[in-house]
Design a protein around this ligand. Structure first.
Ligand code: NAD
Length: 385
């Protein structure tokens, strides 16, 4: 029987929600391109309820305990006295979400002698040392596509809110003011701008599709080129390097995974090569950009705005400079954990666990590391050290 150690974010301050703003969520049965939404044998939760926090338990307790497994759920994940560190040595499976990542370093993995499977309930497995997982023969899986559209919606929202100066204008309204000139002195239309994405995978392409009706010029850089018919349909300009793309863009959105090729990609030099007054929206990972170079570029006015929901480390400390830098539209790491997304990645996590326990193959597209190498989505989108 397996011990499953699950790290989730804290419950809402007022406790597990007793009710929700909406009674139902739409049923999404498939994604663009034909991949089906998760297909577990069953679920023990109502889609639309809070599953990602400790009390929600990703809806897994009944399923696991009926099969005789042990489930430990905690939000306490940092330091040698944390519940996570104490429970890790005999855990068979570790589950966590990127929003509140259990950082599975090589050192921690070394102490997890029983570990066989690491599941990211969501997308983005960089909080697990993939090289260490490869070396130790531990499988890593994530719920590919479960929240890609959730993030793409957040990116579009953030592009519009930065360019149109939405958040400061909302503040004026809240404070009883009518300072129109103050609001409009930083407000522009997106129409006619050049918008580029670093990576055109599931999220990046969904952002391009959603920005297309705004009559902007669309650009992308990716290590895999999109099919020619998609480039034609969206009138995309492909760039052979990030540097070539960011130099012509008014808005740059970052949608690649964090791995050795992309860590610190947006350093001082690359940011300096962007147009004065450009905007960056990064919902990929905090470490893809140089934290302090972003602050300096906003302070000097070289960047007109920066928004995103990914920080390093997570949770971000109270004095993280991105909380107080000018012209930012940051949120905590929320884009991929809407109640809608939670229902999909909880179901996908269950699907992965069912396959693991039944000894049937985990879906190829969910795999990041398997059999001592990058596999599935991992082989397509990541690189190991
Ligand atoms: P995906 O695998 O569909 O797409 C990733 C794309 O990145 C691929 O097209 C790949 O070729 C490209 N890529 C990889 N390395 C590259 C490089 N060095 N240069 C250029 N392109 C490169 O994944 P996705 O669903 O689009 O998600 C992308 C990332 O977004 C995730 O890995 C994760 O880090 C992040 N994400 C964030 C949230 C959130 O809540 N903020 C949620 C989901 C995913």
């Amino acid at each position: 029987m397996a011990k499953v150690l699950c790290v989730l974010y804290d419950d809402p301050i007022g406790g597990h929600p007793a009710s929700y703003p909406r009674d139902t969520i739409p049923t999404i049965s498939g994604y663009p391109g034909g991949q089906t939404a998760p297909t577990p044998q069953g679920i023990d939760f109502t889609p639309g309820e809070m599953l990602g926090s400790v009390s929600g338990e990703l809806g897994l307790r009944r399923f696991l305990e009926e099969r005789g497994h042990t489930l430990v759920v905690t939000s306490d994940k940092e330091g040698p006295d944390s519940v996570f560190d104490r429970e890790l040595p005999d855990a068979d499976i570790v589950i966590s979400q990127p929003f509140w990542p259990a950082y599975l370093t090589a050192e921690r993995m070394e102490r997890a002698a029983n570990l066989k499977l690491v599941v990211t309930a969501g997308i983005g497995s960089d909080h697990t040392d993939l090289s260490a997982a490869i070396g130790k023969g531990v499988s890593v899986a994530e719920v590919t596509y479960s929240n890609s559209i959730s993030v793409a919606e957040h990116v579009v929202m953030m592009i519009l809110s930065l360019v149109r100066n939405y958040l400061p204008s909302n503040q004026v309204a809240r404070e009883g003011g009518w300072a129109i000139a103050d609001c409009s002195q930083r407000a522009y239309d997106v129409e006619g701008m050049q918008v580029g994405t670093v990576a055109a995978g599931r999220i990046g392409l969904a952002v391009l599709r959603r920005m297309h009706p705004f009559d902007v010029g669309l650009h992308y850089f990716d290590r895999h080129r999109l099919p020619a018919e998609v480039e034609r349909e969206l009138n995309l300009t492909f760039h052979g390097s990030v540097a070539s793309m960011v130099g012509v863009c008014d808005v740059v959105t970052i949608n690649c995974p964090l791995h050795p090729e992309t860590e610190n990609l947006f350093d001082e030099r690359l940011i300096a090569s962007m147009k004065r007054g450009a905007y960056i929206v990064n919902t990929a990972r905090g470490k893809i950009v140089d934290r302090d170079a972003i602050v300096r570029a906003l302070e000097s006015g070289h960047l007109a705005g920066y928004a995103g929901d990914v920080w390093y480390p997570q949770p971000a400390p109270a004095d993280h400079p991105w909380r107080t830098m000018p012209n930012h539209g940051m949120t905590p790491h929320t884009s991929g954990t809407t109640l809608s997304a939670q229902a999909r990645y909880a179901a996908g996590t269950r699907e992965i666990l069912e396959a693991f326990f039944d000894g049937t193959p985990i879906r190829e597209e969910y795999l990041i590391v398997d059999g001592g190498k990058l596999a599935g989505a991992g082989a397509h989108s990541y690189s190991a050290k």
